[in-house]
Design a protein around this ligand. Structure first.
Ligand SMILES: [Zn+2]
Length: 268
């Protein structure tokens, strides 16, 4: 029987009966794959070590009928430290849910896998503030999914700096205050539902917050999170924009994200 060997990270587990477990594993070459891990829920199961959520490892499996059966696995990076803190764990759960949403079975996902591994590593070691890791992940995941925003300058007049510039979330483009006034987008209230909704999807960005958004979209993978936002307001605008941008383009929310915010006592 032919065996396949891949490296990947377990992004979802679903228990099956008393002993078995389905693993969703994100890989570079094959995108997301589903493996049936037999006996992995019993303490003596040989595959228990590699059948845990957030474990990055090597998986050997074979095909039987409609199923990929896990034959053996070796953990490479188990990310144990994620489970020692509730915020880390909840954030990891959200990032994995997003990874599932933006990948397909069989579609290569090299960049998304690297993004997820870098983010989980940073979170597990507290290398950067969670708001930075989360925001960069969100903007980058949106970009990798084909929704990269055009951040060069105002999409009408080309102005590259302004305090603030607005990110028009649905169009993925920047607008300066003057062009926005001309469009009648700022300060207008009492319009119909669509107009109000449109206004809500304009995210103001201070120069520092805009620089951070640009960095998140363009930075090389190995230096993704290496920037600071010293002012609280800048960090908040960056976080809010990143989250709105991803969720709007995916057209959905995530329970894990709501849970992350609720446990931290974040204001919605
Ligand atoms: Zn303009």
């Amino acid at each position: 029987m032919q065996h396949t060997s891949v490296d990947g990270i377990v992004v979802r587990v679903r228990d099956m009966g008393d002993h078995d477990r389905y693993l969703s594993v994100l890989t570079a070459e094959r995108g997301r794959i589903t493996l049936l891990s037999k006996g992995s829920r019993s303490m003596r199961g040989q595959q228990m070590g590699v059948s845990q959520l957030y474990t990055y490892g090597n998986f050997e499996y074979y095909r039987r009928g409609d199923f990929n059966i896990l034959k053996s696995g070796t953990p490479i990076q188990p990310f144990y430290a994620l489970s020692t803190d509730i915020d880390r764990l909840n954030l990891a759960a959200y990032l994995c849910e997003v990874a599932i949403e933006v990948t397909d079975e069989g579609e290569p996902a090299d960049q998304l896998l690297r993004l997820l591994l870098n983010a989980l590593y940073a979170i597990s070691r507290d290398l950067y503030p969670q708001a930075i890791v989360k925001g960069v992940f969100e903007l980058r995941a949106a970009s990798l999914s084909g929704y990269a925003p055009d951040l060069l300058g105002c999409c009408h007049c080309g102005m590259q700096a302004g305090d603030p510039l607005y990110l028009d979330v649905m169009n993925g483009a920047l607008l300066c205050s003057a062009c926005l006034q001309k469009k009648g987008g700022v300060g207008r209230r009492g319009g119909d539902y669509d107009e109000i909704r449109e206004a809500e999807l304009l995210c103001p960005l201070t120069p520092a917050a805009l620089a951070a958004v640009r960095y998140a979209v363009e930075a090389p993978m190995e230096r993704l999170f290496s920037f600071e936002l010293k002012e609280k307001e800048d960090l908040e605008l960056f976080s809010k924009t990143a989250q709105s941008y991803l969720l709007s383009h995916l057209g959905r929310g995530f329970d894990s994200l709501n849970f992350y915010h609720a446990m931290r006592g974040d204001t919605p």
